[in-house]
Design a protein around this ligand. Sequence first.
Ligand code: GKR
Ligand code: MG
Length: 440
Amino acid sequence: MKIKELKLHPIAVADGPLRSSYGLHAPYALRTIVEAVTTDGITGISETYGGDGPLAALESVRSRVVGMDPFQLTAFKQYVNAQAAAAEREAATGARSQTWLVPGENPLDTHSRTFAAIEVACLDAIGKALGRPLCDLVGGRCRDRVPYSAYLFYKHAGGGGMGDDAREDEYGEILTPEAVVRSCKQMIAKYGFYEIKLKGGVLPPDEEIAAIRALRAEFGPKLPLRIDPNCAWSVDTSVHVGESLKDELSDGGYLEDPCAGIDGMAEVRKRLLAKDIDNPLASNVATTCFAHVPIAKQTDGVQVILSDPHYWGGIRAQQKLSDLCEVLGLGMSMHSNNHLGVSLMTMTHAAAVCPSLTYACDTHYPWQTEVDEVVVGGRIPFEKGCVVIPDKPGLGVELDLDQVARGEERYKKLPFRKRDDEAEMRKHVDPDWKRILPRW
Ligand code: GKR
Ligand code: MG
């Protein structure tokens, strides 16, 4: 079996006006759908970050992918890594971090994102050729059902999309503790989630503390809570929040990326421990690649590593990360960005093969709608907050090519080719807005 054709589909997916410390989500999120067509007539698929950058990176490996045996992923990884080493030498930027760049835009992670998109498409093709679910190709699953968390956002009114293409505003405006609780109830009623994450870093910290307390008052200690301000707080503020939410973030919760940088995280940890507070700190900003993991351990700046097959280097890299976390005694959870069903199934297979991943994974899936879904049969169902590994080959989903074409049409009409939450914020909320870290 060889790959005879690589098809890349840049698509746009309606997205609501969600807020984070990066700014405001645009009315459309960008994704890329990948098809690797084999000489056996099988098509392997994957989904990754969207826009010009990720598309160009995938284009740059086209000549290496076409003609490749999809089983030969190690040699392909060496090839991609060699390209990355050259790019890294040329890069004028500083350390690898998602602190300043929105996730998916970090040039130093390009190679792992590109490799992951091709790896998943190859594994999907192999699974389809062998008639086995993708997770069985890499050692088999340690769980049949993967739990996800209710990922709550502050947001303005609007459901995403524009003009005739606007989506229904399912959750309405969410800018108060009451609205946070309301949106959580809606999400839990619909999906059955039993862990909760609030994206913070938007309102003054005491208002976000009030929102977490309101969630605890409503749902009780059986539903673990986490808050993630994406580095919007100083070390002092992080300690203040960690102390104020001592009880609320215990029992399976965590404090995610309160401040920027591993040294800041380590200082927060030290000061909280001194007050007898040992709720874990989690990160998808201070730890974004394998080289960061031992540093997280040595400094004790991060106790829960947030994995993500899309930029950590695919499914097998996720498994390696799980082993590494086990060896180092670190916890593991999963990060997300806006995505559709192909990514959801990728995350589900990835989580299923990682024994160290003991928290419910993040997912932005509730923020997207049926109108934009590209998999045959529409939205992936959740059962009691979990996605069940289907008894189907590969990822277990096929592309609805008409829906993909609609996504490409939307993409073509857009004036932007890159996520820029700061620009959106200036356009719609505050003309002078800048991302300032720490803001509080
Ligand atoms: O969608 O605005 C967002 C989030 O802030 C996302 O970009 C982050 O990557 O979900 C993410 C996180 O956990 O940091
Ligand atoms: Mg995060």
